[in-house]
Design a protein around this ligand. Structure first.
Ligand code: BG6
Length: 488
């Protein structure tokens, strides 16, 4: 009983939310760099407002983030101290191909990640690398209209081939595109899409999705050819939909909403479009260009495992307008009266994680990997700078219990668990630093002020013990917390 001995415990971040150094080392700008804080952020993220240059009036948190570009050694050392077996991170596409359509990669960018991987290997930490995490070189957006353009398949394939070859032997776990279904909800974040006047938004989104799916399949095939040891996963913004009542039409609504996300994974895991999607295109008159070579590419390279993020379940009804909505941002749905909510209105549902694991395992029969999970909360350091984040421990404990049940009782094949934002970072939806997920506190506020000093929170010591005991001991008593907390 218990989790397998080789269970991959760790944490996760994304380049644009931690690195900073956006114009250093020959890097080019990306979509996410020009996503400002403030009232227009949501409109820009949704692709309905165009702002592809920095503006003086706005604050761009990605510019400095938590400066991991210069501090990765210190951060990796802390991850190692917690006993991480795996560290999920992403590559910045525009650090490697500054414009995206360059013939040759930027050596400084490639060398930067090589150093990181070597540093991780020094501590026996397995890198789990997302090739694109909300990341499109800005030039590709301006010049080609981003993923709505078929040429993106080749640009992404060249990028993927470059990194797969360069990091052969250093990296074996790959994710092609982060939360690929976000493209439907935040097209600029998920795919660099800015809508043009008069465009059919659904058609643009699904055409862009098609290009991403083909590109992802090509990368998966390349990964297997370049190194048969490579394991490639797809990545879903997960969490199932509950019907608000047992009315049959509410249940059907839940199925349909689940399918908005499963659509991507159905293609990536099974190698072809599901009938419900083809029917949707036909019914809604969406003309999605799918060339014969695309069909072949999709069929040739299903992924090895299915990964997903999980923060919450969602509740829907065929009569949604009758009910109160959550304030959760990306997937606003009906407020589930049975669940508590985070300070940002994200509903907390550990059992929903077990439900999601079961649903996905039944559907795909492939190993699963929880690559994001965590609580975004306001932390209050005490006079010594120490954060007693029992609330975070409590959230994580309940989710670990839930996935352990899924493994032990339901027989789910689960490769690992990487908590989101293992070190405090910039929140993707809001651009805030105050929405903290980390085991490690970073001195930085919402305006980007602060020393960036790293400090271990209570959860740091707790997670270390969890990993040490392979999830057997989830209590937060008798933690080995030293007197002096600050790292530096
Ligand atoms: C996922 C993303 O959507 O959720 C992350 O892959 C993101 O990039 C995370 O940070 C949590 O969302 P937020 O908005 O709280 O940062």
């Amino acid at each position: 009983m218990g989790l397998p001995d080789n269970f991959l415990w760790g944490g996760a971040t994304a380049a644009n939310q931690v690195e900073g150094g956006v114009l250093e080392g020959g890097r080019g700008l990306a979509n996410i760099d020009v996503l400002p804080c403030g009232p227009d952020r949501k409109k820009i993220a949704a692709g309905t407002m165009k702002m592809l240059e920095w503006q003086d009036d706005y604050f761009y948190p990605a510019k400095r983030s938590i400066d991991m570009y210069h501090r990765y050694m210190e951060d990796i050392k802390l991850f190692a101290e917690m006993g991480f077996k795996v560290y999920r991170m992403s590559l910045s596409w525009s650090r490697i191909f500054p414009n995206g359509d360059d013939q040759e990669p930027n050596e400084a960018g490639l060398a930067f990640y090589e150093e990181i991987f070597k540093e991780l290997r020094k501590y026996n930490i397995e890198p789990l690398v997302t090739i694109a995490h909300f990341d499109v070189p800005l030039h590709l957006i301006k010049e080609y209209g981003s993923w709505r353009n078929r040429k993106m398949i080749d640009f992404y394939a060249r990028y993927a081939e470059t990194v797969l070859k360069r990091y052969k032997g250093l990296v074996n776990y790959w994710l092609t595109i982060n939360e690929i279904n976000i493209l439907l909800h935040q097209p600029f974040v998920g795919g660099g899409i800015v809508f043009e006047e008069g465009e059919n938004h659904e058609e643009v989104k699904y055409q862009a999705a098609h290009h991403q799916l083909v590109a992802s399949a090509i990368a998966t095939k390349l990964a297997h050819e370049i190194d048969p040891k490579n394991q490639v996963g797809c990545m879903l913004a997960g969490g199932n939909h509950y019907p608000y009542t047992c009315r049959p039409e509410d249940y059907k609504e839940a199925i349909d909403r689940d399918r908005e996300g499963y659509f991507f994974i159905d293609v990536q895991a099974r190698g072809k479009y599901p009938n419900y999607a083809l029917k949707k295109f036909e019914r809604e008159g969406l003309n999605i260009v799918n060339e014969p070579e695309d069909v072949e590419a999709l069929a040739s390279a299903p992924v090895d495992f299915v990964s997903f993020s999980y923060y919450s379940s969602r509740t829907v009804s065929a009569h949604s307008e009758d009910y109160e909505q959550t304030t959760g941002n990306v997937f606003a749905t009906i407020k589930n009266p049975n669940l508590a909510s985070s300070e940002w209105g994200w509903q907390i549902d550990p059992m929903g994680l077990r439900n999601a694991l079961n649903q996905m395992y039944d559907r795909y029969q492939k190993p699963l990997f929880i690559v994001e999970n965590g609580l975004g909360a306001v932390d209050q350091p005490d006079e010594n700078g120490f954060v007693d984040d029992e609330y975070r421990i409590d959230y994580l404990r309940q989710h670990i219990e839930a996935f352990t049940d899924a493994v032990e009782i339901d027989g789910i094949e689960l490769l690992g668990y990487t908590t989101w934002g293992c070190v405090d970072l910039v929140a993707a939806s809001t651009g805030q630093m105050s929405k903290r997920y980390g085991f490690i506190h970073v001195d930085c506020d919402d305006e980007g002020n602060g020393t960036l000093e790293r400090t271990k929170k209570k959860s740091f010591y707790w997670y270390k013990k969890v990993i040490e005991t392979n999830g057997e001991d989830l209590t937060s008593e008798n933690l080995a917390i030293p007197e002096k907390q600050a790292v530096g």
